[in-house]
Design a protein around this ligand. Structure first.
Ligand code: AMP
Length: 363
């Protein structure tokens, strides 16, 4: 629960000049198309960036203001907050903003108006809460194993924290699980406490689709904005090696995201795609008001029974939206060309300002 009260943020917003709103974000993740989209919708833009990391923003010329800091995490420092407020900034949260600013600081200390629901960010970060959001509305997720002794099919074993897919492994029996855990312990990759927290779930042999949605509370509709699939090291490199050589090489796969491919799904599955998007919005509304507000993503695997199985969600703009900075096949259907997720956010803020409802979409 956020200690930053909505009324306090509304007070800050009341001091803003609505004709001079600046869209700001941290210089990483999806900042390029957030800022570019904001400019396309006529906003001023600001980027808070670690010194030495500003090159892409300058070369692509997406920011009017560069607020350079020693460390990304300095975005929560009081002087930076003051600077952002003096520019009438609405901050767009993304994955790197959450990681560097920190959930506690966002919930308790960051007094700059943020687009979306700041309280829901914790719900995507903690596996138990994330699960609650999904199971409430019967969204299909991988079967979870509470005890490694119960492993009765191929499973994926994940560890908590910001490992980003490093050290995940696949096992098909409890013996194999124990063998791999002991091997990882002896190499010093994991400790006993990690083992206690290991998350074991059904391995879904399917194709990866990360589905990017946008929910607008202004018109109460869930929009399908685009889809990507992940390009992950080392797993996507390993699959280029013939299987007989793989056996000789004794490679353990890791799942570190390095990039994204744009993708579309077979059309007959789109009814389900909208259905699970609507369900997640409904569930979030019930569990963590004001629910999902703006961009969100369901990371899914589609198996050969054509089930869409959700293994993770992002309750804010997801990095995979970088695969459609100039619009996607789906955003084209609704908006014509050129509607990135960043631009869609700016359009929402512009519409809210026009309708005098900016307070509805910030926290
Ligand atoms: P995550 O850290 O949960 O986003 O997972 C990282 C990567 O692991 C995903 O992008 C998938 O490639 C893979 N993955 C995650 N969960 C599963 C699963 N249950 N079955 C198969 N592959 C998975």
């Amino acid at each position: 629960m956020s200690n930053v009260k909505k009324e306090e943020i509304i007070d800050v917003l009341d001091g803003y000049d609505n004709d001079e709103i600046t869209i700001a974000t941290l210089g990483s993740h999806t900042a390029l198309h957030i800022l570019n989209g904001a400019k396309e919708e006529g906003f001023k833009t600001a980027v808070v960036c670690e010194k030495g990391r500003e090159t892409p923003y300058r070369r692509f010329n997406v920011a009017d203001e560069y607020i350079l800091v020693d460390k990304f995490s300095d975005i929560v420092n009081l002087d930076i907050q003051e600077k952002l407020k003096s520019l009438n900034c609405v901050v767009i949260p993304h994955g790197s903003f959450v990681a560097y600013a920190g959930l506690d600081e966002i919930e308790n200390d960051f007094m700059v108006p943020m687009y979306g629901n700041r309280s829901i960010l914790r719900w995507e970060a903690e596996r138990g809460l994330e699960r609650k959001l999904l199971v409430g509305e019967d969204i299909r997720i991988p079967k979870k194993y509470d005890d490694s002794k119960d492993i009765d099919r191929s499973v994926m074993v994940k560890f908590p924290g910001a490992r980003g897919g490093r050290g995940y492994f696949v096992a098909s029996s409890s013996d194999e699980f124990n063998r791999k855990i002991n091997d990882m312990k002896s190499r010093g990759w994991i400790e006993d406490e990690d083992v206690e927290q290991a998350h074991i779930e059904e391995y879904v042999a399917g194709c990866n689709y990360c589905i990017h949605y946008f929910y607008s509370p202004l018109n109460d509709e869930v929009e399908l904005m685009g889809m990507d699939s992940r390009y992950e090291s080392s797993i996507d490199g390993i699959v280029r090696i013939p299987s007989k050589d793989q056996l000789d090489m004794d490679l353990g796969p890791s799942y570190i995201i390095t990039g994204n491919h744009p993708v579309v799904m077979r059309e007959s599955l789109l009814t389900k795609v909208f259905d699970i998007g609507d369900k997640l919005v409904k569930s979030a509304n019930k569990l963590v008001a004001p629910g999902l507000n703006g961009p969100f993503c369901m990371q899914t695997l589609v198996n050969d029974d054509l089930e869409i199985i959700v293994f993770e969600i992002s309750a804010r703009i997801d990095g995979g939206t970088n695969s459609f900075m100039n619009g996607s096949s789906y955003s084209y259907l609704k908006y014509g060309s050129g509607m990135s997720m960043g631009r869609r956010i700016a359009l929402e803020i512009k519409t809210a300002i026009k309708m005098m409802e900016l307070h509805k979409i910030i926290t």
